[in-house]
Design a protein around this ligand. Structure first.
Ligand SMILES: [Mn+2]
Length: 240
């Protein structure tokens, strides 16, 4: 079904993201929850292999969980046990990587250095690092240095500008990031992850926007979203 839809739109699969949920959290004290996280991750890896994708970015704890649910040493140990499941990915010819999220969305892995420290301990070739410019803009003292620190462990580079709009619209220093990606000889994809902000002000008139209120802070009309995706592709092609 999924493959048929992709074919119909001329899409190929780059990767499949594993996002932890309350019932599938790699570092939750309840072992059933941790086991479900591992089996769901394996499911993502198998789906990715089936669709011809190459990478599985991992968010190992639920988005929105902002603090510990057990002593740190326990959480770290459970994550190590669970993410050794990356071996399953390596066997399928797929690379996984942990994504660092900003402190308002995630806990434990907020900066590139956190992820590098963790994956260096596991030292499994199937487990690397995922960076996202939106999170980096908030958490990294120097985003370009973070890219250099990730080095050949970087398996996916997710792009959006400082407010998650199309690259070029915000204040991210794209030339500095491009230089760092060249320096590590990054061969992976630039994955657009846009969620442009919704404003209650009509940009042209400066008056209150009279249209229907958005469904959420990141809901956006499809034509505008498609425009920004095209803009992203044009912008990145121009300067890379
Ligand atoms: Mn991301």
């Amino acid at each position: 079904m999924l493959r048929r839809s992709m074919n119909a739109f001329g899409l190929s699969c780059h990767g499949v993201v594993f996002l932890a949920a309350a019932e599938s959290d790699f570092a939750f004290p309840d072992p059933t929850t941790r086991a479900r996280a591992l089996s769901d991750l394996r499911g993502c890896i198998d789906l990715c292999a089936e669709l011809g994708g190459r990478i599985v970015p991992i968010v190992p704890r639920p988005v929105g969980l902002l603090g510990p649910t057990a002593p740190r040493a326990d959480e770290w140990g459970w994550l190590q046990d669970g993410l050794a499941g990356a071996a399953h990915a390596a066997a399928a010819g797929i690379k996984t990587g942990i994504e660092a999220l900003n402190r308002f969305e995630g806990y434990l892995f907020n900066r590139c250095a956190d992820v590098v420290a963790f994956v260096s301990e596991i030292e499994h070739p199937g487990l690397g690092v995922v960076l996202d410019t939106f999170h980096m803009n908030i958490e990294e003292p120097n985003p370009a240095t973070a890219i250099l620190a990730a080095g050949d462990r970087l398996i996916d580079f997710q792009v959006a500008d400082s407010d998650r709009s199309a690259p070029g619209r915000g204040h991210v220093d794209w030339p500095a990031l491009a230089n760092a990606l060249r320096a590590i000889d990054y061969r992976g994809a630039l994955t657009a992850e846009l969620a442009p902000p919704i404003t209650s002000i009509d940009i042209k008139s400066g008056r209150a926007n009279s249209s229907a209120p958005p469904k959420s802070a990141t809901h956006i009309d499809e034509p505008e979203f498609a425009d920004q995706l095209r803009e992203t592709a044009d912008f990145l092609r121009d300067f890379l």
